[in-house]
Design a protein around this ligand. Structure first.
Ligand SMILES: *Cc1c(COP(=O)(O)O)cnc(C)c1O
Length: 391
């Protein structure tokens, strides 16, 4: 087949199924108010959960650091790009997560690809929650291990699969907080299953880090699990930490193995060292409880009022508050109606979410005010059709 024809068909199919995606252009900084395609919106779709992405302390740290370390890192970590700022951030992240060591990656996608493909190989088994992030599924495929997906957040279903598997090594992988549903993984039960079945547990805490647990140390610390119970912890720096990049934290042995084997670590340019220094400033701000307290207050306020309005909320206690609308067309129409009133809420459609579960993915941040959340509630009341509402 001619490749042009194939691509044109693919785009036409996407368009017809109301799954076509397009980009809109941002001017200025991230925040509760966002300039997009030349219009100002009230923003309820970023992952900047603590409102740190444009915090003056981070901006000042980045400027100051770039004065002495420049912009580019010049090479990969294993050549001559591993700057003292990277090294110190790794030490700070290890301390923050309560683990012996941490290793920086340039993005969360790369951290997941690198970690899983370095640790697993053909003959092994990778067991993933059905709703895991795409990067975790891609990573398992890349590793050549056998991938099995278990029912969402279902520890007994996982145990049945593990006990039936004859893989050499078994790795169970879960999001800490699920990116599209906002629910928290049952980490204590998953860990108990892994102990019984001799499997390792890896948690991707992209949405838990900075948000959950004492000091914002994430879902694994919140669940009280040790490095033995969760040997591999992945966290990202581009969400609640307001910066960019990612890391894997674990034992000396795991981190050394990743340095030797993780191809997405070895064959890529290190992140700009100034960014690593700015992220240290972000760790200082994350430690303060005030933002999490305010955020939790907004979540409670939003859920209480949304339930009163009969809005079809999923069961989530985190800043990710999805409204389940079903059809892609409905989600898109509601998102567009909200945009006309100046509110930015993204419609999530397949393949990002399962067929028939299109939704609005509302995210609250510590930078929102209560009156902005009330404005969102008023707009949702006007835009969400009666037929998807509860009593
Ligand atoms: C965002 C995200 C990633 C990818 O992290 P990036 O740094 O954006 O590449 C990985 N896992 C989950 C669960 C995420 O939400």
């Amino acid at each position: 087949m001619d490749l042009n024809t194939r691509l044109a068909n693919l785009l036409a199919e996407r368009w017809q199924a109301q799954l076509y995606r397009r980009r809109r252009v941002v001017d200025g900084a991230q925040g509760p108010e966002l300039q997009l395609d030349g219009r100002r919106y009230l923003n309820f779709c970023s992952n900047d959960y603590l409102g740190l992405a444009a915090h003056p302390d981070l901006v000042a740290a980045l400027r100051a650091a770039s004065k002495h370390s420049g912009v580019g890192s010049g090479s990969a970590h294993l050549v001559c790009g591993h700057h003292r700022a990277h090294h110190q951030l790794e030490e700070a992240l290890a301390a923050f997560t309560g683990r012996p060591r941490a290793l920086l990656f340039s993005t969360g996608y790369m951290a997941n690809l690198g970690a899983i493909s370095a640790l697993m190989r053909a003959g092994d088994g990778v067991f993933e929650d059905r709703l895991n992030h795409a990067s975790l599924l891609d990573a398992a495929v890349l590793s050549r291990a056998r991938l099995q997906r278990y029912a969402h957040a279902d520890a007994p279903a996982l145990e049945a699969r593990l006990s039936a598997a004859r893989s050499q090594c078994k790795l169970v992988v879960t999001d800490g907080v699920f990116s599209m549903d906002g629910d928290v993984a049952p980490l204590a039960s998953l860990s108990a299953v892994c102990q019984r079945q001799g499997a390792w547990l890896m948690v991707d805490d992209a949405h838990g880090l900075g948000v959950l647990g004492p000091g914002g140390r994430g879902s694994v610390v919140a669940a009280g699990l040790s490095v033995e119970q969760v040997p591999i912890l992945m966290g990202t720096l581009g969400k609640a930490l307001g910066s960019f990049g990612a890391f894997v934290a674990g034992s000396e042995l795991v981190i050394e193995a990743l340095i030797q084997q993780a191809r997405s670590y070895i064959y890529t340019t290190a992140m700009p060292p100034a960014l690593a220094e700015a992220t240290q400033a972000s760790l200082q701000l994350v430690a303060e409880e005030g933002r999490r307290t305010h955020l939790q207050g907004l979540i409670t306020r939003f859920r209480t009022a949304a339930q009163r309005l009969g809005l079809p909320l999923l069961d989530s206690t985190t800043p990710i508050q999805p409204l389940l609308l079903g059809e892609a067309g409905t989600a898109l129409a509601v998102s567009e109606a909200l945009a006309r009133t100046g509110l930015l809420v993204s419609a999530m459609r397949p393949p990002t979410v399962p067929e028939g579960t299109a939704r609005l993915r509302i995210t609250l941040t510590a930078a929102h005010t209560t009156s902005q959340v009330d404005q969102l509630l008023g707009a949702l009341d006007g835009a969400v059709p009666q037929e998807v509402r509860g009593p």
